[in-house]
Design a protein around this ligand. Sequence first.
Ligand code: SF4
Length: 366
Amino acid sequence: MNEALAKHTKTNLLDLTPAAAHAQLARFFERSDEPAYRANQVLRRLWQAPVATFGDISELPKRLRESLADEFALPRLEIAARQKSTDGTEKFLFRLRDNEAIETVAIPEGDRITLCISSQAGCALQCAFCATGAMGFTRNLTAGEIAGQVREMRLLDPPIPVTNIVFMGMGEPLMNWNAVDPTLTILNDPNGLGIGARHITVSTVGILPGIVALGERPEQFRLAISIHAPNDSLRQELMPINTKYPLAEVIDAAKVFDRRVTFEYVMLGGVNDAEEHAIQLAKLARDCRAFVNLIPLHPGGARGFTPTSPKRIRAFARELRAHGVEVAVRKSRGVDIAAACGQLRVERLGRRPPRRPKHDGDIQVA
Ligand code: SF4
């Protein structure tokens, strides 16, 4: 077999759940007449105490490290840019093997560090206020590329000890369920990254089959729904996906989701921040006992929109509370760096017109 073909057929252990990776490793070591515990030694080095290459697994004899590297792949995500805000927020631009670029943001707050991860390169959904949507969709990320963003934080010197995960980076995670499903296992499994399910939030614009699939998982993963407009006509203008999954159906799905749901609501000056919007939003939130997060628009994040003033955001929050809804106003983090969705990538690579996906079949709905 020539070298290129051999490389091509290597199994990427990072795309597999820990159980599946362990099974592959156990077979490999059995064939090599090595003791079974070797599989656990390598498994630990995938996610829990990760190594950059198989050659760094110092507890294995050199010949075994070499034969592992011949059989399996352990791809890294290359850091193409890294920016740190004065508030501690750090933004990473990762370059993938096919030269696509994705963003990851680490947000420290108290004793937590939340990592905002990407699930697609670009996004097909074209929400009017979103820099990623303006780029168009290129492809789905693999499980190894999604969970790999957390792995890379552990490989930094010094490492960033991530405690919480939100799927709020580039892409719509529930349009990539085939990869997000095993990713959730890798993130949560004690033999993977070991992050508690309640500390992992999947954020969606309301992809109904994906919400059902997430609800069917036994773990207590959190669901956040990007509402952003409290009625169909405004939501349709801001979020074209509303035509396929209208608000009433999204709210029905949230009602039957057996865990508490959060509504995300980005505050767009003069667009969705009037008192009548607060009243409509309060009704939706009460219908499914949702907690509402009000998100100040990042100043550079959306062409054609202006942020709602802090005073108006506070008033909007008061109006929601007066209608019996629990609400928090999110701090705008990383305002001195490009920390809005898709922004760093736009700065580095330039804007490009929305384009067709490489493969239509790349868009998967569970
Ligand atoms: S807000 Fe999310 S779903 Fe909408 S275009 Fe941006 S990345 Fe896609």
